[in-house]
Ligand binder design. Structure first.
Ligand code: MSP
Length: 513
């Protein structure tokens, strides 16, 4: 039986179309999901949108339309953007999906029945941007630091979830399971927050756009309770028990650093209250900034992932974000850095290695792969093996940047090999046997490199694969195909030109952000 691997992302608010930060998280999760498929794991990749809550109620009202109409316009934009970016999810959940709504009501009732949720008057300060109560100490000059707006006083009789019942168990779980919250810095943040984390109000009287509290239709369930439960409902909790049993507990819940606390305090409390096992890991990734500024509506510096993907290809964006940003830390996007990185690594390094090799192969061997000469290629074979092992280690620790870095050192090595072996000179001298061995070494290395890069840049990998000519589809390749010698002598290559054209200045000038 193959291992199962269940990965999910945060579900995005649908108060506005997707931006680069949303895209970054989905791209990272997608590369991880694709990597696990390559390993032969049975993967379930869940992503989606968070459609309820006061935030969406308000933007819809401002346009004079219903929240349903509003989300009907925005949610499809997430779907089409993820399609463009090659996000290979197994389910795209919307919190207005009927199975989700029914299962959330069921979970809420179960928590009430178990005595974890009770009615009480809740008095506090609420930030609608965060959809969260704030303590005075969370504020900077009386404002929410993330949204730069003062939270609103809030007093209502509603339902309160007793997080306090579970705090000690959660703390012990975090301490006993170092992998539960990663990276390490997030783990320490959560342990610090834990002591003072209050019980939370989990229903709203004044909000209408949400899932009604079962048996008390005058209130709706707090949007975070509704949203967090998507990780269960999205794989069949309450509707498809076999699916749920197969994939829960989640292997990886990938979310931004700003919402790690919801996932590491409220979420485990919900699960413990329902008697459901905790996920294996919550990973709080860093943020993508624009240059050195936070992406924000007020600064008007939001970057549109669709436009970048349309102009330069989804893989260029995928590669840049995962290669440039140390996973777990904040990173930055600028057009200049994007152009530099993509030109150097995709157009020059990767594209040229294949292009120039296929050119010589076509001229001297009619495009057919010659025989290996192990004494000539032993070093390359060793490098493929060490790179494969290194990538494996990096991926196990979610070091996506390092996985790419080490893979590109293999591609660097093959370019240096071409330069030092000078196949053009061998051709001129008529040393066809040696020329064949050199070309075999390069192509076999590129075959393996293509498999290694395929989770990150699937479209470009497909183009490389087509040119290398291996009959078995790239999608059917497995980790075990990364053994030297997989490229059969006689394989007919197909020279189709550069896999990634350089971004030229004239083109860039019009598009620069
Ligand atoms: N709806 C909630 C999540 C509920 S999960 C049960 C939410 N939505 S969000 O649209 O504000 O953010 C969705 C995800 O995008 C979060 O993980 C958030 O951290 C991430 N990002 C939003 N802006 C980001 C950047 N600038 N950079 C990287 N990720 C960022 O929170």
């Amino acid at each position: 039986m193959p291992n199962t691997y269940y990965v999910n992302t945060a579900i995005d608010y649908t108060n506005a179309p997707p931006h680069l930060g949303h895209a970054y998280e989905k791209i990272a999760a997608d590369a991880i999901a694709r990597y696990h498929r390559l390993r032969g794991d049975q993967v379930f990749f869940l992503t989606g949108v968070d459609e309820h809550g006061v935030k969406i109620e308000k933007v819809a009202a401002a346009e004079g339309i219903t929240p349903q109409e509003f989300v009907a316009r925005i949610s499809p934009q997430f779907i089409s953007t993820w399609e463009k970016l090659g996000i290979s999810y197994d389910r795209f959940i919307r919190t207005t999906d009927a199975d989700h709504e029914a299962a959330v009501a069921k979970a809420f009732a179960q928590l009430v029945d178990a005595g974890h949720i009770h009615k009480a008057t809740y008095d506090g300060l609420y930030c609608e941007g965060c959809e969260e109560f704030k303590n005075e100490r969370d504020l900077v000059n009386g404002k929410c630091p993330q949204h730069d707006t003062p939270p609103k006083p809030f007093k209502e009789e509603n339902y309160v979830f007793k997080i306090s019942t579970f705090k000690e168990r959660i703390r012990q779980h975090i301490e006993a399971n170092p992998d539960f919250i990663q990276p390490e810095t997030r783990r320490n943040e959560i342990l610090n927050l834990m002591e003072t984390f209050p019980d939370v109000s989990v229903s709203r009287q004044k909000v209408k756009w949400g899932i009604p509290v079962p048996g008390d239709e005058g209130q709706v369930i707090y949007v975070w309770i509704d949203a967090l439960l998507n990780y269960l409902t999205g794989i069949g909790w309450g509707s498809d028990d076999a699916l749920f049993q197969r994939f829960w507990p989640a292997n990886l819940q990938l979310v931004g650093k700003d919402i790690t606390k919801f996932h590491c305090i409220i979420w485990p409390a919900i699960l413990l209250g329902l008697g459901v096992e905790l996920p294996k890991q919550v990973y709080g990734h860093g943020w993508v900034n624009i240059g050195d500024q936070k992406m924000s509506k007020s600064l008007g510096n939001s970057v549109e992932p669709n436009e970048l993907a349309d102009t330069y290809g989804a893989d260029a964006l995928r590669y840049y974000l995962l290669r440039e940003i140390t996973f777990g830390k904040d990173g930055s996007y600028t057009f200049d850095a994007f152009k530099l990185r993509v030109n150097a690594d995709l157009a020059n390094n990767l594209g040229n290695a294949l292009n120039r090799t296929l050119g010589i192969l076509e001229k001297n061997f009619e495009g057919a792969v010659p025989a290996d000469l192990p004494e000539l290629t032993v070093e390359l074979a060793r490098k493929v093996a060490t790179t494969t092992t290194a990538v494996e280690g990096h991926m196990a620790r979610l070091e996506l940047q390092e996985a790419l870095e080490v893979t590109w050192s293999l591609i660097d090595a093959v370019n240096k090999y071409i330069d030092s072996q000078a196949p053009w000179a061998l051709a001129k001298a008529g040393d066809m046997e040696k020329l064949g061995g050199v070309l075999y070494g390069v192509l076999e290395t590129l075959r393996c490199a293509t498999i290694l890069v395929s989770p990150f840049i699937p479209t470009l990998a497909g183009k490389l694969w087509e040119q290398i000519g291996v009959p078995k589809a790239l999608a059917d390749q497995r980790w075990s195909d990364l053994t030297w010698g997989g490229l059969a002598t006689g394989t007919v290559t197909k020279k189709l030109g550069p896999v990634y054209p350089r971004i030229e200045d004239e083109l860039a000038a019009g598009k620069k952000k």
